[in-house]
Design a protein around this ligand. Sequence first.
Ligand SMILES: [Zn+2]
Length: 474
Amino acid sequence: MAHEEPEPMFGEDDLEWSEEGDSLTAGVNEQGLEDQAATAWLAAEEAYVPLDGGTGYLAVGGAGAGSIVSELPAGAPEISKTTAPAMVDRDEALKGDRPIFLVHRGARHANLLPIVMGDLHHKKGQHLAIGAVANLPSVKLQKIGAFFDQASVAALRIADPQCYRLDDKVLRLPPDPIGKRAFEYAPYLSPTDDPEWLHQVIDAQRSAGANLLLTPGRALNPDDAQNSLDATFREADQALALTDRGERIALNLTIPARWLAVGALRNRLLDEILDQDQFDVLYVRIQWAQTKAFAPTEDVDLLMGIRRLSNLCQDEGRALLLPQTGLTGWFALAHGAMGYGLGVSGTDQCFAEHVFRRGRQGQQQAQRYFERQMLHTIDSSSHDVVAQVPGYSECGCSYCPSLFDAQPWPHALSALHHIFSMGALTAHVQEDSGRGGRHGAVRRIVATARRWSSGLPLGPGDLPRHLSVWDQAL
Ligand SMILES: [Zn+2]
């Protein structure tokens, strides 16, 4: 399998936030070995299931898995004993009858993502809508197009312009947050007064095939709150004016956590959002300090802010999407967020503040496994301990049997398991919303996870400390 070209910025080799290290440089043959497990999936036989209502076929095997075709290719086998739900379109998805699960395309295993997205649509599509997110500065336009094409189960296609990379005075970004390659892929990433700039940002998204456009999303500066809000909303209004008939654009905000954690700033932000009712979709990226890779935030003030923002959007009939939030975003479904995003790498679970950490030579990439019963990602050695505890239920996803058969640890399959499990958990929030809505469903899932996790024979580093914090914010 061809390797993805490296994405040096905000990419997986960006290990500054990860105390355990998450470096691609660790383990020389690792990528090759991972690819073996991944190649097995890609080599699976071509197969199709019909979509409900006779609206096409979903490829569930072979190199095109995850894509939807209108007609069965000549000679292709059809598995007719099951069907997949009919596709929902963008506008249907944004009504919010089902939670929206955004899958971020990163450098690692990008070509496997459509497979798990198709798998999720097949098995859980009644209860969730899927979105695909690719970052314009990370990869060539054609690759984004190919990703969107294959991930055709995605009702939303977002080509994130990541203009916040220009805001290293407001955000904590790695040194040189744009770099040569990002600038080549996203030439609009230079500070300019050119009135054409906004056109370039919007046109780049159109060229990539996005069906939900974003305003530039420059970072809001908490130290110059009103001016910053004014500038951002002025730019957003101008972007809105550039959209054509049939296009939709989301208000894209990038905010340091302080905007949500501190009362006065929070009120100011929420008041402003309340006023700007020309935007019915919000795409809000929050930067916070991360203590441990793959663990959600334990900051109660921030969680309360996310809760207030979600409540407001729900009350006002706005679709709130929280990209790059992982489990924290899932939690926000309880309070009215319509969707959230995650991806393969640690950076896709959290837009973490950059902290310089020296990488250790020869360090192995952490072997992580997401435990759905704990709502927590732990080390594979801890998984072995937990799996022996009475009451443990094995994951039923398609990837786990091969994952636990393979040696060494197949990071690709572990990532697919993580994305599938989080998708299933998202669908479950909808499935179980009959009593007490999505809030009731999240509360029950969290309560069950807390009960299960208390008393597990694990070290403090592997315990899901966020669950007790969530309890306070539910
Ligand atoms: Zn699994």
